[in-house]
Ligand binder design. Structure first.
Ligand code: HEM
Length: 309
């Protein structure tokens, strides 16, 4: 087998655009098993398109404007207020993960961490921390830990789904209700299994990449105060679509891209304009293969002015 690695923007854009024509991307078998994404390698099939159309109902522009934008804005301001009022020392990536997860988990399954016995976030983190491990499923191995984390989360989701199927809600419907409605339709392409996997993937996606990106941006801003000064003074520069290849491209373009750009923009806006921060410890980066802060990235958050947010 031969490998080629490309860091060329134009070439990468071309490859992503040609997915399913000249090129075909694929995920390894273990990755598919861990995420339960049986259809992910075949992006062109009807089921894959159908699942995407369901995700768009929650992450698409309509719901973004109607609900998600306000909820996210409110929650971000609340957290920043809390951190800066207490001048707390926080692990930035962890704290942002929890913040973003809380908003999405509430939107998807009306999850409220204060009223449930299972700390969903904890098990999702167990899952994700070992997801790129050697696929040897034996007690004590990282892969086994990852599978255990997934099992606990999936059991909770299964219970939630069957409760909701028994007694569907009439009002304040969330994404789970939408899936229950889909499941009840005649000749529905959705199965209980794919509904559960969909929620699982969205819960993971809600915090992993965005928390990495914001932590990295904060670290760079800490290292270069001039950019921070420019950022608080100048309007945002306009990035072309090709510069946003981080969200993939072509038929695999990230369905959460607009939502993600929105939440990161809101967070960074309030963070740099209303707060200041001091690096306390950590901040070293490794790629294993995803970007990690092995000793965390601990910062102290303080209000910029006396009157905050
Ligand atoms: C900085 C943040 C993010 C980055 C860099 C990112 C990046 C990506 C990339 C590169 C892909 C394509 C993967 C492939 O080629 O198969 C993707 C797919 C996807 N992303 Fe994101 N993403 C982010 C945030 C999110 C968020 C917040 C959500 C949802 C809450 C999300 C949901 C998804 C889903 C469901 C897919 C699969 C789409 C499909 O198979 O068609 N992403 N993302």
């Amino acid at each position: 087998m031969q490998f080629a690695v490309s860091t060329d923007l134009e070439l990468n854009y071309f490859v992503l655009e040609q997915e399913g024509k000249i090129f075909k991307s694929f995920y390894p078998k273990t990755f598919i098993e861990l995420f339960g994404l049986e259809d992910i390698n075949d992006q062109k099939d009807a089921k894959s398109r159908y699942l995407k159309s369901i995700i768009v109902k929650v992450l698409g522009p309509e719901n973004l404007k109607e609900k998600l934008l306000c909820n996210m804005d409110e929650e971000i301001r609340k957290r920043l207020c809390l951190w800066s009022a207490k001048e707390s020392i926080i692990d930035l990536k962890d704290s942002i993960s929890t913040l973003f997860f809380d908003v999405i988990a509430k939107t998807l399954i009306s999850y409220d961490p204060s009223t449930t016995t299972i700390d969903l976030m904890r098990y999702l983190k167990v899952f994700i921390s070992s997801v790129f491990s050697f696929p040897f499923n034996f007690p004590g191995t990282a892969y086994h830990r990852s599978l255990q984390g997934r099992k606990i989360v999936m059991n909770l989701l299964k219970t939630l789904l069957s409760e909701r199927m028994k007694s569907p809600r009439k009002e304040s419907k969330d994404f789970l209700d939408l899936l229950v409605d889909e499941l009840g339709k005649e000749n529905s392409m959705l199965t209980e299994k794919s509904a559960l996997n969909l929620i699982f993937v969205l819960l993971i996606a809600s915090f992993v990449s965005s928390s990495q990106t914001i932590s990295l941006a904060t670290k760079f801003l800490s290292e270069d105060p001039k950019i921070l000064k420019d950022l608080t003074g100048k309007p945002e520069s306009n990035c072309g679509e090709k510069n946003y290849l981080v969200f993939g491209g072509g038929i695999r373009y990230c369905v959460g891209a607009e939502f993600s750009k929105m939440e990161m923009a809101i967070f960074l806006h309030y963070f740099v304009t209303k707060c200041k921060w001091k690096d306390v410890k950590g901040g070293n980066i490794v790629c294993s293969p995803s970007l990690e802060f092995p000793d965390g990235y601990h910062i102290q958050v303080m209000p910029k002015n006396v009157r905050v947010l």
